[in-house]
Design a protein around this ligand. Sequence first.
Ligand code: HEC
Ligand code: HEC
Length: 360
Amino acid sequence: MKRKVKFAVILVAIGFAVVGLVPFRNHAQTKDGQVVLAKNVFKNLKVLGDMPADQLGKVMNIFSASLNVNCSFCHYTDDFSKDGKEEKDTARKMIAMTFSINKDHFGGETEVSCNTCHNGQMHPQSRPNLVPTEHSAGHTPRPEPPKTKPEASDVIAKFVAAVGGAKKIDSAAITAVRVEPDGKTTEPETVNFKAGKYSAKTTYGKEWVTDLWDGSMAAKFGPDGSHRLHADEAEQIKREAQLLFPSAIGAAYSKFEYRFTGEIDGRKVLVLNATTADGLRERLSFDEQTGLLVRRVAVTPTVLGGFVYQVDYSDYKAFGGVKIPTVVKYAMPNISWTRKISAVKINAAIADDVFAMPKS
Ligand code: HEC
Ligand code: HEC
């Protein structure tokens, strides 16, 4: 039962299981190009009705992560539209308060969100710490940048060299596991790649979910059909296909720009803005010493601040002369998991129907 609930929550995060494939656009749109509002999709919204329906799952996960609680803190999880929990009422007041703080004091920009006060706690602390903790967020000074400003093109060239050069990979069959945040629960994953197409199937007992990029469109589906994908989710499946063999990084983005020198896990990183051909911007961090890509961050705006999607790459290993990260950690508000790759068969024979779109 526990697993079933978790599974449902993951799907909410991904999007509600409305059957049908949607090619990606900025927001879910009706046929005449109007953005679908949350009040037209959900039953009982009193304060969030006017935001795009696309954002609801993200906003709910932002609530859970900001207060460090489960959905059931505010909801009866058999019916999310039901009222009756005091916490849900309080949350409605808090949402209205947060909107008015931003409107009245920050010119309508989402400067303040739930996490600004809650910071991962149910009860925000109004009294300052008497002994400030050494690691309090935001106080770690940035490391010294290199003496000469790094050129983005050099950072990319060093990375491509570090992963074995720009070799073209035609196909690969990858065996992996998805490790849940408890560090113990795992689900088998099979990742197939062929001529730029990508399919990743995760099996949860009798259920399974496949992420697919067929070269022009993304889909997510299981035994019961397709899950509706939001634009940013479709984009991330595409990026998985593009960066599975990371030496192809130059094809995924059309522009790179050095931003600053930072630190991740005690190591100096060079941080670049990378822009796709469609104008979407992501942030890439490269280890200054090894040249390897260690982090990729994409942010999707919501009415209650940015929904951060972070991918951490580590344990690069060589397979058939190309290096790929064998430990990839995915994290977003309230949701995280790690893919651990155990075997990679380069130039494996893979049937074309592995990359066929589901019939919905
Ligand atoms: C801090 C409280 C809080 C948490 C935690 C929370 N929600 Fe909500 N949720 C709300 C409130 C408040 C509304 C109604 C907003 C409104 O009235 O506009 C709502 C509305 C919803 C709705 C719309 C239901 C409908 O049809 O009217 C869904 C679905 C939902 N939440 C799912 C979730 C899921 C899934 C989680 C866990 C990932 C979650 N919520 C976590 C407070 C919360
Ligand atoms: C300006 C600061 C601030 C912001 C912004 C804020 N909160 Fe709060 N929140 C508080 C304070 C203070 C309390 C009272 C805590 C207590 O009673 O100990 C509280 C209490 C709550 C409670 C009740 C907790 C309980 O113990 O029952 C919920 C639920 C809640 N907030 C949700 C939210 C959500 C969701 C957001 C974002 C939409 C949000 N808050 C934004 C300051 C804030």
